[in-house]
Design a protein around this ligand. Sequence first.
Ligand code: UN1
Length: 505
Amino acid sequence: MRDVVSALGINGVSPGAFGRTVIPNSSGRVIRVVSPVNGEELGQVAAADDAAYERVISDATEAFREWRKVPAPERGDLVRKIAGALRDSKQKLGRLVSAEVGKILSEGEGEIQEAIDIADFAVGLSRQLYGKTMHSERRSHRMYEQWHPLGAVGVITAFNFPAAVWAWNAMIAAVCGDVVVWKPSELAPLTAVAVNSICREAAKGSGFEAVFSLVVGEGPQLGQRLAADVRIPCVSATGSCRMGRSVAKAVAERLGRCILELGGNNATIVMPDADLKLVVAGVLFGAVGTAGQRCTTIRRALVHESVVGEFIERLSAAYKQVRIGNPLEKGTLMGPLIHAQAVESFRSAVARVPLEGGEVVCGGKVLSGMPSPLYVEPTIVKAKPGMPLLQEETFAPILYVVPVKDLAEAVELNNNVPQGLSSSIFTRSMQSMETFLSAAGSDCGIANVNMGTSGAEIGGAFGGEKETGGGRESGSDSWKQYMRRQTCCINYGDDLPLAQGVVFS
Ligand code: UN1
């Protein structure tokens, strides 16, 4: 692992370590990692300079030349080792995630579990990279398709899932025979250093350490560089729609492949026949979990007018019991937002509520007297359908509640936003459920019933439509995006018949 580590100027961060870690590099450019929990500097990570970047890419592409020849189940063996090492370090890594991005310990550990789950999935997948065979229209011919590795996959991740989202891409790409170049968020590079070190440690001695590499640096410049780099046939990017647009442009310019998982503006629909106990628990987790900083967070509740009063009352009571504070402490349900800018977005959205005809009915304040200035109250807003705020994704725990007349109106509003990631409905009616799930129902990549919009399992394909970018990561057949398809046709006869009956003699 040392080669790329030293190329990056990283001087040994042990997996799961967090405390003061100073990692110098030759260019002297460092990223200070400050914990949102209490403002403490957790460490400094050297930014990759040009030489480090070039070295990472050339080591990775060099490793690919051999890695692609390793049988897929043997590639799965390396991923199996990584899964084991992640299991061994789950608690330590979970703590690091909590400290670095402020999510509560259970969610920090849950995130590492998600990485373990996808690694396990990828191990099984390594024996299931199936192609189809087709019947040829020509006598004594056989036709089939096979899947080959693609090359280097660039993975750009956001702060909010600093390990799991990378793992969705990296574990799958690795068994597919690709090599992975990771550009983590500059807000969470320590988790990336720790997780990537685990992978390289697992590969130690095999000659395949460079299957997993890391470039840390300021988002826009480094992200653009990866996106424009012709040596990287596929770029998978998670983050804002703005970031996705610029990555997509740069990748399209060179006709590369893109997997985009961008913003969400997820709604849950509450029908009059819903079990309100489930609704309150589901919406609480969906809207307040990770302090509203998941791309799958419930941002809008479209509630039938006959239950909206009770819904707000019961949810507000639950919100008031949410313990806000140090996410590493037991019993805390909500930690801080990631940085001052996020608090500013929260503040400005809340300030716009009355101007747009809405009303803050619970929370709405930035808290004082906390270990850092980044703690806010989970907030419920009584909203009107036309409010411009409803069209935006504010990465904070603000829930807009919109009363609806019927399911048709709810589905209409569900779909009436630029993004299309996740959605859900609470109902006991089969008719409502199936209508919501039908082709004329939710237009999102994820549609759940009797649960919130977040907390997806790794087994399904994850992603969404419209401005969410259309990509699919994680389970199901997402692996196909990390491989190239080859259609093969074999003539085992003595003649040369042509397709479509063409005669050419
Ligand atoms: C994200 O916020 O980018 O479904 C990913 C969920 C998690 C992943 C979220 N499994 O909420």
